[in-house]
Design a binder for this molecule. Structure first.
Ligand code: EPU
Length: 344
């Protein structure tokens, strides 16, 4: 286990926020997590597992032990005629995994191309894009259960997946540490292009393949979403809010172009990006923070932003959205206090 004191995390979070953590530990296997947690307890510090930091808002000083899981490797196991089980270490970069599997004739993840972060982080917020969510492909998730102090395998139903959520968010940050994924994927080139923009992007291809879908998703994402390496960001900064049908109908009378999707429970999920854009906040900067000029749901660090700059911007934006539409935005990335508590 590698131990580093006063570790600079400014290049280890995709918003590029300045952050110095008391300690950084790099562990190579699930068993070493016991030592890592014991280390934090000895130092009387809280601990936090980070991957590529693509979904966090970090403080300038983080009094914590930050644990990195260098658990890599991908194994492909036959399942039945049309599917395969793929065992993935938590430390594998997600996009490379999607690309490599596709090249080996293993399909299903192509709609989830180009999502930043590591495989181990993917189930936490149930990453989803272009009509698909990772939960559809999860057979089980391997974890270290800090409560039972044992390595366990949680079935898909135990993961309790829903839109942008899972048991890994709701059970508290200290309960489970994800060490690997068991995916169930297809060797049949079947695609899902039901998400509006995707079908349009592929309209000139008579019989699109999974590789075409992968390319199309990469094209669409690259055209709308800023590359964190160029313009630091944490992807969608807010969830798409779900509102009652009566509220939706009422908003439609004022905003006939409002973008909303009916849900199975009769409610409507609104495109928060549309709400922000229509409110005139697309591209608007306050100090070193702005919404992205091509996708208003993404906040970007213009260069010198700190956690507080980002949270103050988000608060001002949320107030403007609530005043205009009576809709509350909920933050998607997790923000931390200096003593490593999650901020509301
Ligand atoms: N829209 C605007 N203006 C904007 C942004 C969006 O009018 O500035 C409109 C679009 O024209 C479209 C609708 O809002 O009609 C939805 O936009 P988009 O297809 O870009 O998707 P989204 O709902 O804004 C969600 C995910 C993204 C994911 C895309 C594609 C959430 C919170 N975000 O965004 O996920 O890539 O769908 O499936 O659900 C992420 O989580 O980091 C992320 C990028």
């Amino acid at each position: 286990m590698l131990v580093l004191a006063n570790s600079d995390l400014s290049t280890a979070n995709t918003l590029a926020l300045p952050c110095i953590a008391d300690y950084k530990l790099v562990v190579d296997c699930a068993e070493q997590l016991v030592d890592a947690i014991a280390f934090a307890n000895e130092k009387n510090l809280p601990w936090l597992v980070l991957g590529q930091g693509s979904n966090v808002v970090l403080p300038i000083k983080l009094h914590a032990v930050v644990i990195y899981l260098n658990i890599v490797g991908v194994a492909i196991r036959a399942d039945n005629g049309s599917s395969v089980k793929v065992v993935v270490g938590a430390g594998e970069p997600w996009h490379n995994l999607v690309k490599n599997l596709l090249q080996q004739g293993i399909f299903g993840l192509e709609n989830l191309a180009l999502i930043p972060g590591l495989a181990g982080a993917a189930p936490v917020q149930n990453i989803g894009a272009y009509g698909r969510e990772i939960s559809e492909f999860i057979d089980s998730v391997e974890v270290y259960d800090t409560e039972q102090q044992e390595v366990r395998c949680l079935s898909r139903s135990e993961c309790d997946f829903s839109y942008r959520s899972s048991v890994f968010k709701t059970a508290g940050k200290h309960r489970y540490i994800i060490t690997g994924l068991n995916l169930l994927l297809s060797i049949k080139d079947q695609i899902d292009i039901s998400y509006g923009g995707l079908a349009t992007e592929l309209k000139n291809i008579a019989a699109p393949t999974a590789a075409n879908v992968f390319d199309a998703v990469v094209r669409i994402r690259s055209s709308k979403l800023p590359d964190p390496a160029v313009q630091p960001n944490a992807g969608s900064f807010f969830k798409n809010p779900v509102i009652e049908a009566s509220h939706y109908q009422q908003l439609l009378t004022t905003y006939p172009d409002l973008v909303g999707y009916p849900q199975v429970d009769g409610r409507f999920k609104l495109a928060a990006g549309w709400l922000i854009d229509n409110a005139g906040w697309k591209g608007k900067a306050i100090g070193p923070v702005a919404t992205h000029t091509k996708q208003a749901l993404v906040l970007v660090n213009l260069g010198t932003a700190t956690r507080d700059d980002v949270l103050n911007y988000a608060a001002a934006l949320s107030t403007a959205i609530e005043d205009l539409y009576k809709v509350q935005l909920q933050r998607e990335p997790v923000a931390y206090s200096a003593n490593c508590q999650r901020l509301a």
